[in-house]
Design a protein around this ligand. Structure first.
Ligand SMILES: *[C@@H]1O[C@H](CO)[C@@H](O)[C@H](O)[C@H]1NC(C)=O
Ligand SMILES: *[C@@H]1O[C@H](CO)[C@@H](O)[C@H](O)[C@H]1NC(C)=O
Ligand SMILES: *[C@@H]1O[C@H](CO)[C@@H](O)[C@H](O)[C@H]1NC(C)=O
Length: 323
């Protein structure tokens, strides 16, 4: 961007502000809206170039098992909070979003680094071990919202009468059958907490929040177990969404902070993963930088504040920025 353009970009909004300072138009300045649209036009002209795998396209690896982050509708179209957010991002950069569906959550964050897509999304929490796994081939974006851990539990008896379920911690899970998504922070948290408490429970794996919710609601006896499913361990927002969808049969319980494999409790944030390829010894962070700028400008995502934003978790290990 040239110096002249930078100067214009800086001065235009100031002019726009002073034009209507204190709500009273001053002098014969241009209308505020004209100045702002001039600035928008200039911004569009000087939007930095992004590197994507295919020119004009933004390929996004998506996992559909954590609605409302990403939702695959029965008619084959995609929606959900992250899909809407990234579709607007793509549009702002004149890119067409194309979806690469990833059927299993485990390792979805590695897909951009492997060159299978530009971004990965669908409810991915930023954790130290995932950051390490990414190396320099990809990077987490700035987080766009918080999450926490919770259980979706059956809130009816076998005869269909309401049942109040109180869960205060891992001791209440002893001997139970619990569904969890392979490779998710729910799996990390549950294993760490059961271990720390010296409690044994049986974990079964799923790749669909909706299927897991249906199994909890029905009290399904899964293959290889004798007891019905007691709960599905997932994000607090996912558990609340299931409780809302399956009202009267499923309730959200035990909302708590994420425990990492080493036993430390940390706040949890969701982010996107962006490909950062290295060519001729230079790491190209153009996509990551643009996405970070967009996430910061649209903080809170399309839907504003979430319940888990209000959960107070211990500070991040070593004060790492993104946790
Ligand atoms: C697909 O289904 C979704 C959800 O019901 C709806 O919003 C969308 O308009 C549908 N799209 C098409 C192309 O039918
Ligand atoms: C979970 O994922 C790992 C690695 O992909 C795999 O080896 C394991 O069989 C999976 N576990 C279950 C129960 O699906
Ligand atoms: C915290 O910082 C110390 C010193 O820099 C380092 O040795 C340690 O590995 C860090 N711990 C984590 C969990 O990052």
């Amino acid at each position: 961007m040239s110096r002249a353009m930078v100067a214009i970009l800086v001065v235009l909004p100031l002019l726009a502000l002073s034009a209507h300072a204190n709500g009273t138009p001053r002098g014969a300045s241009l209308p505020r809206s004209a100045l702002l649209s001039a600035r928008r036009w200039l911004l569009a002209k000087v939007q930095p170039r992004l590197t994507t795998l295919e020119p004009g396209k933004l390929k996004v690896c998506l996992y559909a098992g954590f609605p409302p982050a990403a939702i695959l509708f029965p008619n084959g179209t995609w929606g959900g909070e992250e899909v809407q957010h990234l579709t607007s991002f793509a549009k702002a950069h004149n890119l067409a979003l194309t979806v690469v569906e990833v059927p299993s959550f485990k390792g979805i964050w590695l897909q951009p680094g492997l060159g299978n897509c530009d971004l990965a999304a669908g409810g991915i929490s930023i954790t130290p071990s995932r950051v390490t796994e990414l190396g320099t081939r990809a990077s987490f974006s700035t987080h766009y919202r918080a999450d926490a851990r919770a259980l979706a539990v059956r809130s009816v008896t076998a005869s269909g009468a309401p049942r109040k379920v109180v869960i205060n911690g891992p001791k209440d899970l002893a001997g139970r059958v619990i569904l969890v998504t392979n490779g998710s922070t729910a799996e990390t948290d549950l294993k760490a907490r059961l271990k720390a408490a010296g409690v044994t429970a049986t974990l079964h794996y799923t790749n669909s929040e909706d299927k897991a919710g249906a199994d909890v609601a029905a009290g399904t006896v899964l293959k290889g177990s004798k007891e019905p499913v007691f709960a599905y361990a997932t994000g607090a927002e996912g558990a609340l969404a299931l409780a809302n969808k399956l009202k009267g049969r499923v309730a959200a319980a035990w909302v708590h902070c994420l425990m990492l494999a080493d036993g430390t409790e940390v706040p949890e944030h969701l982010g996107y993963v962006a490909r950062t390829p290295t060519t001729s010894n230079k790491r190209d962070t153009s996509l990551l930088d643009a996405l970070n700028a967009y996430v910061v400008n649209t903080k809170g995502g399309p839907q504003g504040k979430w319940p888990s934003d209000f959960i107070k978790c211990p500070p991040a290990q070593n004060g790492t920025r993104r946790f």
